[in-house]
Design a protein around this ligand. Structure first.
Ligand SMILES: [Zn+2]
Length: 593
């Protein structure tokens, strides 16, 4: 903690160089109330869900334990208005864009960023998905201009985000790089000095917003695992450093500026027990909890994201004081409300005053009229993109299949993924998680008017909607066998259901339904040749599986990670070749009793 006189000195120094920041100091502090209220309304992991998300992505357990329909931009707007008062600052914790539905993805997510501006969002941390299209594209989204390849959207020249993006732990690798990330801080020498030992920020580390005569500082952080989950090329000039260290430097920057009410917006979080109330605390302390407990005691509140869970926790900061640590689910299903009081003299948050509530964005309210119209306009605009033919098929290609668990569409996607990763990733085989094949491809013409057998971009996107990245890792033959064993229930990986990975055409094997776990899989072959335990194999899969998703933990032993194109792009490219495509025979896996 800084002594009072030091604080005054720091503030005085800041006044000289950043008068704009300090212009709103109450003229007569004696007449001002001792504390002033500030309300934060926070969103995380919106992922472009302008239309109400469907399926499990559109359901949420509420405070009563009931599962209710939740999310959708027009409903978010209604709920935001209901909870907004004159003390409110709207903020967000990243992954607002990236991995978005076609209505947003088709326009590089400009519709989503425009919506969030209309919603009144003021500050957002970057998430890993903000880097999906690379740093240069994130800067375009922040600052405006038309897309360098696809040009302007039907709405005209992009004007830039109406809110600040912050990311204190995103630095340039090259210390000689020029940065414009400090422009909003008045290019202060004191700030520059603090940062000169630290690194060259690629994004503004903090944003300061005034409310009721006090400054509130927001520190942005993104998971330091970002390089492993986004395309390498787009972030090749950047490094993502330890979140706690970065937060503590940013906190000092804020102190130099005289800002003591400090809020971390962090795109990293923890898991909870399924079905718990959105107002309950996280059950499993992980990467998010580490940040929430370890960052500087000057930081008053930690709002998190990334794990798509809803929780409200109270953790101890390093000085032993209670600190709020929360998250608001995903896809716009939850708004986190935080009410706090700031002492006008010390400008610090009165910790005991912090109260938080997670509001489920129910659809039982009247949808906001303006936002409904806005979403409808984009839905109309995207229709021609959605209806664009990308390939032809000779018959239905279903995502359900025979007793082995292999499906024609799963096989086709695995073939597409192998084709897209052979060059660059040197992939030899591909495996696709069955849950990621979201819908069948149907031969019949669609209501949009395309003829029988034509596959549109919209249909392909419905099958592969996640914008997962294709990745390739090296597994030994023994590790590949372990991955295949992990398909079955009963093992130490806690597979809840048997999940048969969809193999590319050149990967064949046999499994026994009666053999015990760990010896079910035999006769693994690649291009007809038996696989040995020590053989090194380049295996392609989406980033979800490579990260150990669906309890395929053996994928995490993979080495020499390579990240390539989006899965939807791999699929669409493949649909455009070998026209028309017949449903693959599901003969890659042999089942014995
Ligand atoms: Zn994320």
């Amino acid at each position: 903690m800084m002594s009072r006189s030091l604080l005054r000195l720091a503030v005085a120094g800041a006044v000289a160089t950043a008068s704009a920041l300090l212009a709103a100091v109450p003229a007569d502090a004696k007449q001002a109330p001792r504390t002033v209220p500030v309300r934060l309304l926070a969103l995380n992991d919106f992922h472009g869900n302008l239309e109400p998300p469907t399926g499990s992505s559109g359901r949420m357990v509420d405070e009563t334990g009931a599962t209710v329909e939740a999310g959708g931009a027009a409903y978010i707007a209604t709920h935001m208005k209901a909870h907004t008062d004159k003390n409110t600052i709207a903020v967000a914790q990243g992954d607002l864009i990236g991995a978005t539905p076609l209505i947003s993805a088709a326009y590089h997510d400009e519709p989503s960023v425009e919506f969030l501006g209309k919603l009144g969002l003021k500050v957002a941390a970057v998430g890993n998905h903000e880097f999906d299209e690379g740093y240069a594209e994130l800067r375009r989204i922040m600052k405006g201009g038309c897309h360098p390849v696809d040009g302007c959207s039907p709405a005209g020249e992009w004007k830039g985000a109406q809110y600040d993006y912050v990311g204190a732990n995103v630095l340039f690798k090259n210390r000689g790089e020029k940065t414009d990330a400090l422009a909003a801080l008045g290019e202060q020498p004191a700030v520059r000095k603090l940062l000169s030992d630290w690194g060259v920020p690629a994004l503004p580390p903090v944003s300061v917003k005034w409310m009721n005569g006090v400054p509130v500082g927001f520190i942005g952080l993104v998971t330091q695992t970002t390089p492993g989950i986004v395309t390498a090329e787009g972030i090749k000039d950047l490094k993502f450093v330890d979140e706690v260290k970065a937060a503590n430097v940013a906190s000092k920057v804020l102190k130099v500026l005289g800002v003591k009410a400090q809020v971390v917006l962090v795109h990293e979080g923890d898991q909870v027990n399924a079905g718990q109330s959105p107002d309950a605390c996280s059950a499993v302390p992980g990467a998010g909890n580490r940040i929430a407990t370890q960052v500087d005691p000057e930081i008053d509140v930690v709002l998190s994201g990334h794990s798509h869970q809803a929780y409200l926790c109270k953790v101890k900061d390093p000085a032993g004081q209670d600190r709020l640590y929360s998250q608001g689910g995903s896809f716009g299903r939850v708004i986190t409300q935080v009410d706090l009081n700031v002492d006008v003299r010390t400008r610090d948050v009165v910790r005991s005053s912090v109260v938080a509530d997670n509001h489920v964005v129910t659809r039982t309210v009247e949808p906001d009229r303006d936002i409904s119209d806005f979403v409808k306009a984009w839905k109309d605009r995207v229709a021609p993109v959605a209806n664009k033919p990308v390939g032809r098929i000779t018959a239905d290609i279903p995502n359900t299949g025979g007793p082995s668990g292999e499906t024609p569409l799963g096989d086709l996607i695995a073939d597409a993924q192998l084709a897209a990763t052979r060059t660059g990733g040197n992939a030899q085989v591909a495996l696709m998680n069955p849950g990621g094949v979201r819908a069948p491809l149907t031969y019949a013409g669609s209501p949009a008017g395309e003829g029988p057998g034509v596959v549109t971009y919209g249909e392909a996107f419905t099958v592969q909607p996640f914008n997962n990245l294709m990745q390739v890792v090296t597994l030994t033959g023994a590790q590949l066998k372990t991955v295949l064993e992990q398909q079955f229930t009963g093992g130490p990986n806690n597979q809840a259901f048997t999940k048969i990975l969809q193999p590319s055409a050149n990967l064949t094997y046999t499994y026994s339904t009666s053999a015990p776990w760990g010896s079910k899989v035999s006769d693994i072959r690649i291009d007809g040749a038996p696989v040995t335990d020590t053989q090194q194999i380049r295996v392609a899969a989406n980033n979800f599986l490579v990260g150990g998703g669906d309890a395929f933990l053996a994928f995490k032993d993979g080495t020499d990670l390579w990240s390539g194109p989006l899965d939807i792009d791999a699929f669409v490219d493949h649909l455009g070749k070998d026209n028309p495509i017949a449903p693959p025979a599901t003969d890659r896996i042999t089942v014995t009793s």
